[in-house]
Design a protein around this ligand. Structure first.
Ligand code: GTP
Length: 603
């Protein structure tokens, strides 16, 4: 296929605006899948995607379409809409020349629409604006077009109006993509060079790499070399996704395809890496860099004998999710494990759910935390660290206050779009979360776009849920990194019967310590089941107890077998029971259910 007749594009939008439904219609229209025959959302193939009804992985399909008598090859990428999976959007855009910006005609432009639009603009991609769900009665396409004009300077006459569900107007989307998105800027005559922009694990073939060819041509059995690792691999198979895998003899510049080449793990198959022919000099093929993780949590095998199996499962998952980072970690209570970095709490939950569903692993996950930065004052620690600052996400390693000169915490710049009637509640929530308003703009008479600088630690857990519930689901939120800011932090320890539980300790802002302490002990009282011994739950900062709750022990009726009889006999049995409990309390091993470590953080 000549380069002039290739188009590479992604569909980008806010959550639930209909990307996967539109992708289905495009696949049907071009004959890639049977009309009405298959299941819905063909490209959302993971179990977790079907269960949660969201896209978590960007998926690719190569389709053919005839336009003005000529056959065109279109490489389509369906991307996720949730902010926690924005890494998938950025890596997809590295292989595209244009985007379909899809907006729900009922809900209008939302926070993630704005964020994704700017991602596309930063990469200078052509934008095909499309309004979806025009079949819905209360859709207001004219108003949404006005908003797009105001926010993105998009001419309302250029906005296509479709119903992805019914298929109305979808054919025009294909036509417009061919007309507006430029062909790839690639060179066929030069030496082969390609960008790896996705990879996953196949039981039989090892790591499979999805590549975007920028220069030259690749054939089966040629030897390729990785720019990052310098290792050489023979190309075992080449295929394209239509969306099912279809074997092809070669791939030329401008094309997207899948190669198997005996790479085994995420250290060899690196998303963002460049591959070229063996022993040929090449420069990096793309400017894609994975996003930095913002939330960190410990992951440990429930049973240490499953350590190797869990390590292999994590490695396979990372191959498919390049935004996750891994470091070895250990804990006195949970043994050897890892500290994993994620882009948000949903990202973490989905990753762990996929570990279970796709690899049968059952890990224990500890409380997620952001990375704080400390300026040290203790010369011994400075020597150990080799510098006077320390980045810390594991609360258990939080140093004594007298070793620290200054604390810093990470901030984000959040964009919130809300209907005007909820502005008061939204501002209340942001203030409660220590947010500082930067700007507030009326998009139209009914909606406001606000920008807030917020501490990351205040939004990772339940900010999004609270925002949704106080605005009846209408407000939306997205955020980007905003650097570090001085803060006043303390370590909140949780003691069970006087013993600190390392997995439950947290780093919190000093002004929030009492509130968080209260909330945690109450929640733990709910979550820890009654046991044979009484359990005292205490939340402390240093030696100061900020909150305390007690879980009463089961009281076994030791006198049940006595029928009537002497009261002294009864007293004797109860006394013996109390003695026994005293002993048990001393040696007690309190059972804390695994999910407690996460659930205790949910309000
Ligand atoms: P994420 O990938 O999770 O961000 O979602 P998405 O943007 O891919 O949205 P999806 O295609 O999953 O659609 C979300 C919901 O909107 C589904 O229930 C669809 O059936 C519905 N939907 C999509 N397009 C239309 C449409 O044109 N009209 C109507 N009435 N409903 C639609």
């Amino acid at each position: 296929m000549p380069v002039e007749r290739i188009r590479n594009f992604s569909i980008i939008a806010h959550v639930d605006h209909g990307k996967s439904t539109l992708a289905d219609r495009l696949l049907e229209l071009t004959g890639a899948i049977a009309r009405n025959g298959g299941q819905n959302q063909v490209l959302d193939s993971l179990q977790v995607e079907r269960e949660r009804g969201i896209t978590v992985k960007a998926q690719t399909a190569s389709i053919f379409h005839r336009h003005k008598g000529q056959l065109y090859l279109l490489n389509l990428i369906d991307t996720p809409g949730h902010v926690d999976f924005s890494n998938e959007v950025s890596r997809s855009l590295a292989a595209c020349d244009g985007v379909v910006l899809l907006v729900d005609a009922c809900h209008g432009v939302q926070a993630q629409t704005v964020a994704n639009y700017h991602l596309a603009k930063q990469r200078h991609l052509a934008v095909v604006p499309v309004l979806n769900k025009i079949d819905i009665k209360h859709a207001n396409p004219d108003q949404v077009c006005q908003d797009m004009k105001l926010l993105f300077d998009i001419d309302p006459d250029q906005v296509l109006r479709v119903s992805a569900k019914l298929g109305t107007g979808v054919a025009q989307v294909l036509e417009r993509i061919i007309e507006v998105v430029p062909p790839p800027q690639v060179q066929r005559e030069s030496d082969f060079r390609a960008l790896i922009f996705d990879s996953w694990f196949d039981k039989y073939r090892g790591a499979l790499n999805l590549i975007y060819v920028l220069n030259g041509r690749l054939e089966q059995n040629q030897d390729i070399q990785s720019l990052a690792t310098k290792k050489v691999y023979p190309v075992k198979s080449i295929s394209v996704l239509r969306p099912a895998e279809c074997s092809v003899p070669d791939l030329s510049a401008g094309q997207v395809g899948l190669i198997a080449c005996n790479m085994r793990n995420s250290k060899e198959s690196i998303v963002g890496d460049t591959i070229h022919l063996k022993n040929q000099a090449a420069s990096a093929a793309g400017s894609y860099r994975p996003q930095q993780p913002l939330v960190f949590a410990g992951v440990f095998p429930a049973d240490q004998s499953k350590h190797v199996a869990l390590r292999s499962a994590i490695d396979k998952m990372i191959l498919n999710d390049s935004a996750v980072t891994v470091k070895v970690d250990s804990s006195p209570a949970l043994g050897q494990g890892w500290r994993l970095g994620f882009l948000g709490l949903l990202h973490m939950e989905v990753f762990c759910q996929r570990l279970e569903q796709e690899h049968g692993a059952e890990p224990i996950i500890t409380a997620p935390s952001v990375t704080y930065r400390l300026v040290l004052s203790n010369p011994k620690m400075i020597r150990q660290q080799g510098r006077d600052t320390m980045d810390i996400s594991n609360a258990a390693l939080f140093p004594e206050p007298n070793s620290v000169k200054e604390y810093f915490e990470p901030l984000v710049l959040g964009t919130i779009i809300t209907p005007t009637e909820y502005v008061g509640q939204v501002i209340g929530l942001c203030v409660e979360r220590r947010g500082l308003q930067q700007s507030s703009v009326n998009i139209d008479e009914t909606r406001v776009l606000m920008k807030y600088v917020l501490p990351l630690s205040e939004i990772i857990l339940d900010f999004h849920d609270r925002l949704k519930s106080l605005s009846s689901g209408y407000a939306s939120f997205s955020y980007e990194d905003h650097g570090y800011h001085p803060s006043h932090l303390v370590r909140l320890d949780i003691h069970l019967n006087g013993k600190p539980v390392e997995e439950l300790c947290r780093i919190v802002h000093a002004s929030k310590a009492v509130g968080v302490a209260r909330q945690m002990v109450l929640k733990l009282r709910e979550l820890i089941p009654k046991q044979m011994v009484q359990i005292a739950i205490q939340a402390c900062v240093g030696s100061k107890v900020l909150a305390r709750e007690t879980i009463k022990a089961y009281r076994k009726d030791v006198t049940a077998k006595l029928y009537g009889g002497d009261v002294t006999r009864r007293m004797k049995l109860l006394k013996q029971q109390a003695e026994g409990k005293k002993k048990m309390r001393m040696f007690a091993n309190i059972r804390v259910p695994h999910e407690t470590f996460i659930n205790v953080l949910k309000r």
